[in-house]
Design a binder for this molecule. Structure first.
Ligand code: DAH
Length: 341
């Protein structure tokens, strides 16, 4: 029996020391120390021993049990430590590795230009107002003194939303002049940016949807000198101080007199180049003194109040500001293009 106990101690201790995982240890415990285990099997033979041998073997068996139990405990601790080390190695964070940069988006260049533009007008005491893109013909044309047979009303140019030409996608932001007067009365100083729609084919300078910024000032004693002074000041801010302007007579139904304002070409300084199509000047906006019929149509006495209005093309403004040569780049939203701003 002594040899048997010694053999168990030897093989079991070996097996325990060599076990590589917690479940293996448990299997060994059952194999040697369990109810049907090898040590128990030996103890069952104690009855066959002499009275003299029995306590000796009993003592030895207890020592083997205690020794195996502590071997199991030690090995459990060793395995736990190894598992911890493995997990720590796996979860190590190398704080010296450069981080992944988060790519933040930013505003579209046209809206950057619009924000700068708004800032200039806000500084001069203008309100910024918003209005509908789906508009009534009455506001888009009639109240703006546009005759029924005016070519701008043609179905070939305008997106109408019904068969009797009553509603449409606004072709200009000018109806906001009427809406602003109706909403706020006079005196008024406002700009109103937004989308406008025309049946144009897409090319380098045209798009069926584009943006305008309307402006309107009405007060007592407003003259063409105010219009010129204000627009000149704004253009110096946008295009740089010293930029030359040219006020050229033109016709718009809702202003009288009307003009188009040209800015000296930023590319060639007025000599003539492909950007200005050899003209030396680039058209920047339409403007004029609010027509007395528009004022009286809104219930304002043209003998008491006068005003001026203007309409900038926002894409053109952004294109000049950032030297963009093709309108399509503004709408295509190609990341490689947008990232440059
Ligand atoms: N609405 C005109 C257009 O789309 C631009 C314009 C011209 C606006 C003269 C004005 C103005 O306010 O006074 O061509």
């Amino acid at each position: 029996m002594k040899e048997q106990l010694e053999a168990i101690l030897r093989t079991a201790t070996n097996a325990i020391r060599n076990s590589a995982a917690a479940p293996d240890l448990e299997a060994l415990r059952v194999k040697y120390l369990g109810k049907k285990g090898e040590l128990t099997a030996i103890l069952k033979q104690m009855g066959k021993l002499t009275a003299e041998e029995r306590p000796k073997m009993g003592k030895m068996a207890n020592e083997v049990r205690a020794s195996l139990e502590s071997a199991l405990e030690e090995q459990a601790a060793v395995l736990a430590q190894k598992a911890l080390e493995a997990r720590l190695a796996l979860e190590t964070v190398d704080v010296t590795i450069p981080g992944k940069a988060v790519e933040a988006g930013h505003q579209h260049p046209m809206y950057i230009a619009l924000d700068e533009f708004k800032e200039i007008f806000i500084d001069m005491g203008f309100e910024v107002i918003d209005g509908p893109e789906v508009e009534l013909s009455e506001y888009n044309f009639t109240k703006l003194n546009t005759p029924d047979d005016h070519p701008a009303r043609e179905w070939s140019d305008t997106f109408y939303l019904d068969n009797d030409s009553k509603t449409l996608l606004r072709t200009q932001t000018s109806p906001m002049q009427i809406r602003a007067i109706e909403r706020y009365g006079v005196p008024i100083r406002m700009i109103s940016p937004g989308r406008v729609y025309r049946k144009d084919e897409v090319d380098a300078t045209h798009s069926p949807m584009f943006h305008q910024v309307e402006g309107l000032v009405i007060d007592k004693g407003v003259t063409m000198a105010d219009l010129k002074g204000t627009l000149n000041a704004v253009i110096q801010e946008i295009y740089g101080s010293g930029t030359k302007t040219r006020f050229r007579p033109h016709h718009f139904p809702f202003t009288e007199p009307s003009c188009e304002v040209d800015v000296q070409c930023h590319k060639c300084g007025g000599k003539g180049c492909p950007t200005c199509k050899g003209e030396g000047w680039i058209e920047a906006l339409g403007a004029g003194m609010v027509h007395p019929k528009v004022l009286s149509g809104c219930g304002i006495d043209p003998d008491v109040y006068s005003g001026y209005a203007f309409g900038f093309g926002l894409e053109r403004l952004a294109m000049a500001r950032y030297k963009i040569s093709d309108l399509r780049l503004i709408f295509e939203n190609d990341i490689r293009f947008l990232e440059q701003f």
